[in-house]
Design a protein around this ligand. Structure first.
Ligand code: C5P
Length: 235
């Protein structure tokens, strides 16, 4: 069965500081989104990439894709995004032609994910999992707090989950198409990833090993790290 990828790239990237929408900012001279698209198209299984552009930036994103060399075997579509990541992903799903049984959702903000991770996620779905997340163990201990009443105020700690059982999840997350579409139709409310929506349907989600280089570019320091990773790859 064929595999499509939806790349939500409509976020403004406020935490990265002022500037262009996050996905359009450059890493070593190339927009983050182009790195992310290449990372997906590097997989021989991926035949379609749907980029969800900033609502007023679809034309700019289309010309960016045209301007960069991308593999011939992969088709590209650009659709305008929405107010939230969830809405952007749904708009991307709406644009999918029917002949793709496996759908990945990948953040443009994770431009450096290695192809082996992409392929591992696809393979797990092909092997029968309905929802797959790449995940890594945590370096930090995590605590649940009672959020502070105001900025700078101390926050009472409520609990310390056992670190060995926790994972930080990344993208691409992989899905059986029908399951992901049903999740986006039926699940409402605040969910920060697509697999979380599938969990709310009561459908099992499994984790496969993620990769350190699949980190999300969120804050200014992440740009420094991403450019260092790219420079090292060129060696
Ligand atoms: O903000 P965050 O880093 O969690 O965003 C994750 C991904 O979701 C990014 O690639 C961002 O461009 C995308 N996004 C989107 N539409 C929004 C908000 C975020 O496509 N309205």
């Amino acid at each position: 069965t064929r595999t499509a990828v939806v790349i939500p790239a409509a976020g403004r990237g406020v935490r990265l500081g002022p500037g262009a929408p996050k996905a359009l900012r450059a890493l070593n001279g190339t927009p983050m989104l182009i790195h992310a698209v290449r990372a997906m198209a590097a997989s021989r299984s991926v035949s379609l990439v749907v980029v969800v552009a900033p609502p007023d930036g679809a034309a700019e994103v289309k010309s960016l894709l045209d301007a960069h060399a991308l593999p011939e075997r992969t088709d590209f579509l650009v659709v305008p995004g929405g107010e939230s990541r969830q809405e952007s992903v749904r708009l991307g799903l709406d644009a999918l032609p029917p002949d793709h049984g496996v759908v990945l959702v990948h953040d443009a903000a994770r431009p450096l994910v290695p192809v082996d991770t992409v392929d591992a996620v696809i393979e797990a779905v092909r092997d029968g999992a309905r929802a797959v997340v790449p995940a890594l163990p945590l370096a930090d201990t995590v605590k649940e707090v009672e959020p502070a009443a105001g900025p700078g105020l101390p926050e009472p700690v409520v609990a310390t989950p056992e670190r060995a059982r926790l994972r930080a999840v990344q993208t691409p997350q992989g899905f059986d198409r029908a399951t992901l579409i049903r999740a986006h139709e039926e699940v409402t409310g605040d969910v920060t990833d697509d697999a979380g929506m599938v969990e709310r349907l009561g459908v099992e989600v499994v984790a496969v090993p993620g990769h350190e280089e699949a980190f999300k570019v969120t804050r200014p320091l992440d740009l420094v790290l991403a450019e260092a990773v790219l420079a090292r790859r060129r060696l």
